[in-house]
Design a protein around this ligand. Structure first.
Ligand SMILES: [Zn+2]
Ligand SMILES: [Zn+2]
Length: 241
């Protein structure tokens, strides 16, 4: 599988950057995971919207879905359109009512224990600890495992879900110095603890608060890990092997 970071800021972008959007590919299958602001423009540097096979929306916070509300026009008004399946969290009827236009999307709901198979990629989901209905995503093909945390507070049950992932894309939306119980995000340190407990091969951090220096995110990480840790970079691809 190949993962391309279209946007990695949250909950709003710094100048020239974008919010959550991740393109996962295997052979000719293309799945967009989350679709925050800036993602539609970035996606089209690689593919037309029509070429997507499916979209997964991990939760209905704006920094993960805002470009869906214009992508519907790209699909609903354009020529040679197809209807693209969306798999989404469900907890806001107003947003769901406004998501579609001219059958741009076929809307399906994520169910925690129900596998979704797209091409030969097997997707499964875990319910996170976040203020709205939110799911972590696992994609498995040919014994290679990719896990994306989406947004969440720390909880032990997620370790089993992440277990031995070849690539763990984990949010690190808040630094330890700013963390309190009202902020339901992981710190870089939390992400590294989860990765260590789950024995992942590579940890890639994402969901960067625009006011933090990337260096201060790195500073929370110590050197004594036996796996690779990187800060994700927008428009860069990572091979899952
Ligand atoms: Zn977010
Ligand atoms: Zn969120």
């Amino acid at each position: 599988m190949k993962l391309t970071i279209l946007g990695n800021n949250g909950p709003y972008p710094k100048a020239g950057e974008a919010c959550s959007g991740y393109l996962l590919e295997h052979k000719d299958i293309k799945i967009l995971i989350d679709c925050g602001n800036g993602v539609l423009s970035r996606l089209q540097k690689f593919y037309s919207v029509n070429e997507l096979d499916a979209i997964i929306l991990t939760h209905l916070h704006s920094d993960h879905i805002s470009d869906i509300f214009i992508m519907k026009y790209a699909l609903g008004l354009g020529k040679n359109n197809k209807t693209i399946p969306i798999y989404t969290a469900y907890d806001d009827q107003y947003l769901l009512d406004n998501m579609n236009y001219n059958n741009a999307f076929e809307i399906n709901f994520i169910v925690e224990d129900k596998e979704v198979i797209i091409g030969d990629i097997h997707f499964s989901f875990i319910k996170n600890k976040h203020p709205v209905d939110t799911y972590g995503v696992k994609a498995v093909v040919n014994n290679k495992k990719f896990v994306y945390s989406s947004d969440t507070s720390y909880f032990d049950e997620i370790i089993n879900f992440i277990k031995e992932a070849d690539l763990f894309l984990c949010e690190s939306g808040v630094l330890s110095k700013d963390k309190n119980n009202n902020i339901m995000h992981l710190t870089p340190k939390d992400a590294s603890i989860l990765a260590k407990e789950a024995k992942v091969k590579k940890l890639l951090l994402t969901h960067f608060y625009p006011e933090y220096k990337r260096q201060s995110i790195l500073k929370e990480l110590s050197d004594d890990y036996n796996f690779e840790i990187k800060l994700s970079e927008e428009m860069k691809s990572y091979i899952i092997d």
